[in-house]
Design a protein around this ligand. Structure first.
Ligand SMILES: [Zn+2]
Length: 332
């Protein structure tokens, strides 16, 4: 197992919760088994095969948010909801097949899961196109356990325009339907995820939100200049609502290989908006090549060591690993 004794003790006390991994996409496509330990060969390892239960345990994790991905191949999003349902089915099947994993929705359920010695699976949808224009579908997915909804992915949809991708329009804000969607999310106790949304839409959503939003996987512009990252104004908007921001582990977005760049993004968030905001947002299994030390969950204690070395206290690391996500879940 990786990491110092001190880091491992911190994970013991604060089992980590990561805000975004697209593993169920692989389970649905390839029958990827969450219960088995994988050592994916290159080049497959660059894209997926990152998360499984044995490696989550080795990495001192308590729970993982699984992103539910549907990539509209044409301009029509028809069929996207069924693709999301199929990924939830794949999780349900994995949970039924063997013990060790359970679907959790609330902070209390995450704690109960920990007490039972199991790992928690939380669900989030990536992109509101998956609702196929129907707010009622959000209720359906909430009943199946979905706890966050990413408003955008890589294509413009009924709610707004992406920070990058098809239909990019930096002047476009949140649409009327997007406004309704934010309100509906809050009514259904589904967290609003602002990842991939363009800045205007992002700030529009924050202006009408009354519950804490999240940014499940992102970098920050103050640490590295990239279209995928959010600026300090966006950080302050999320922080002002009591939300949290998961730092992505992709070298392309954080500005280089190794733990240093990831720590730099965490530190920037701490400096600008304080200790209640940063969280983990790996994007494992999401067609990204993670930075080598964090190529899978087993590397998380190494990140904890790097944060300690950078002068971040154990107490604050506990918030980054777990506390901030638990608070936001509790407030939804
Ligand atoms: Zn994403």
């Amino acid at each position: 197992m990786l990491g110092s004794d001190e880091a491992r003790a911190i994970h013991e006390q604060f089992p980590a919760i990561d805000l975004h991994a697209d593993t169920l996409m692989w389970t649905r496509w390839l029958g990827y088994d969450l219960h088995a330990r994988h050592t994916p060969p290159l080049p497959f390892a660059a894209l997926g095969g990152h998360v499984d239960l044995p490696r989550m345990r080795d990495g001192g994790m308590g729970a993982q948010f699984f992103g539910l991905v549907s990539l509209p191949i044409t301009h029509s999003a028809r069929g996207s909801a069924a693709v999301v349902d199929a990924q939830i089915d794949a999780l349900d099947e994995a949970i039924l097949r063997r013990p060790g994993l359970r679907l959790v929705r609330t902070a209390a359920e995450v704690e109960a899961c920990r007490a039972a010695g199991e790992l928690g699976a939380l669900l989030g949808i990536e992109g509101a196109h998956a609702l196929e224009g129907s707010l009622d579908k959000l209720g359906h997915f909430a009943r199946r356990g979905v706890r966050y909804l990413g408003i955008l992915h890589f294509s413009a949809n009924e709610a707004g325009a992406p920070a990058y991708g098809r239909g990019r329009d930096d002047a476009a804000g949140l649409t009327r339907w997007g406004h309704d969607l934010v309100h509906r999310c809050e009514a259904e106790r589904v967290l609003v995820d602002l990842s991939h949304l363009n800045k205007r839409g992002f700030l529009d959503a924050c202006a009408i939100a009354t519950k804490p939003p999240i940014v499940s996987h992102t970098g920050v512009l103050g640490a590295f200049d990239h279209w995928r990252n959010i600026d300090d104004e966006q950080l302050r908007a999320v922080a002002g609502l009591g939300g949290c921001v998961g730092v992505i582990f992709c070298p392309r977005f954080v500005g280089g290989e190794g733990l240093g760049p990831v720590v730099k993004h965490m530190k920037h968030i701490l400096d600008v908006v304080g200790e209640d905001v940063p969280a983990l947002g790996s994007d494992w299994d999401g067609f990204i090549v993670p930075t080598r030390p964090l190529k899978d969950p087993t590397g998380l204690p190494l990140l904890t060591d790097a944060l300690l070395e950078a002068g971040v206290s154990e107490r604050v690391i506990g918030k980054i690993l777990r506390g901030n996500v638990m608070r936001v879940l509790g407030e939804a």
